[in-house]
Design a protein around this ligand. Structure first.
Ligand SMILES: [Cu+2]
Length: 247
């Protein structure tokens, strides 16, 4: 191949790759939510709560104007998330909790806020920086015990919008230790409040590197990978046409 043609081929490749990324970010991968301890939308997406509505397909999309104090960003299609009369499972924690966000679009961030009741118990100021694909905050619960509903808010720096996640917690007495995910090697029975991947049915899994041509199943349907990537919760094949092609 002549140098000119080589160069043209390289440029064509470079031109296509960013285009694909833009398409996938614009369609299905927007935004973020608290994945552990599982937020209400995570519980729904993992199938641990039924009759959740369309949130099961896009737990990362609870986006609404800033300044709200609810679990559903004021969105009618996600109203179930704000229904406290539902039997939301809790996660058992101590008095300090590590909240992990899964961000499928890394928006420049002003602040992260954490509320219990009407009280803001923590705030993290990112000053407009772009976060990584995952973000962890350690939050103290100030001696609260028993069942609590925590509301976390991700405030975007360059839009009027924010993302809302409610997490139902059972706060143990005498806490102080961070929430851990270490599995006891002993015979101790452990409550099934884990942060493992959702049992969605199929061979697709989050946090997995897929190369072009890899084949998976999801929801009873086969898919072939058309762009190499590392999967994330929220990037399930039905949500990411730029990454997966139906077989
Ligand atoms: Cu977004």
């Amino acid at each position: 191949m002549s140098l000119k043609r080589k160069l043209a081929a390289v440029l064509a490749g470079v031109g296509i790759a960013p285009f694909i990324v833009v398409v996938s970010a614009g369609t299905a991968s927007a935004h973020g939510y608290i994945s552990s301890p599982p937020s209400r939308q995570a519980m729904c997406a993992q199938g641990r709560v039924s009759n959740c509505g369309p949130i099961i397909y896009e737990p990362q999309s609870v986006e609404g104007p800033k300044g709200q104090r609810n679990c559903h960003a004021g969105l009618g299609q996600f109203a179930q998330l704000n229904d406290d009369s539902r039997a939301w499972p809790t996660t058992s924690v101590g008095n300090n909790v590590a909240f992990n966000w899964t961000l499928t679009a890394r928006h420049a961030t002003s602040t992260w806020e954490y509320y219990v009741g009407g009280t803001r118990i923590a705030e993290f100021n990112d000053g407009g920086r772009q976060p990584g694909a995952t973000v962890t905050h350690n939050v103290g619960l100030d001696g609260r015990t028993g069942r609590i509903k925590l509301l976390a808010i991700w405030n975007i720096a360059d839009t009027p919008m924010a993302f809302y996640s409610c997490v139902d917690l059972q706060v143990g007495p005498g806490g102080g230790g961070p929430t851990t995910t270490t599995a006891p090697p002993t015979t101790t029975t452990r409550p099934t409040t884990t942060t493992t991947a959702p049992p969605v049915g199929g061979t697709w899994a989050p946090n997995t590197a897929y190369s072009v041509g890899s084949q998976v199943t999801y929801g009873g349907v086969g898919y072939r990978c058309i762009q190499a990537h590392t999967s994330l919760v929220g990037w399930e094949p039905p949500n990411t046409a730029a990454l997966w092609q139906k077989l």
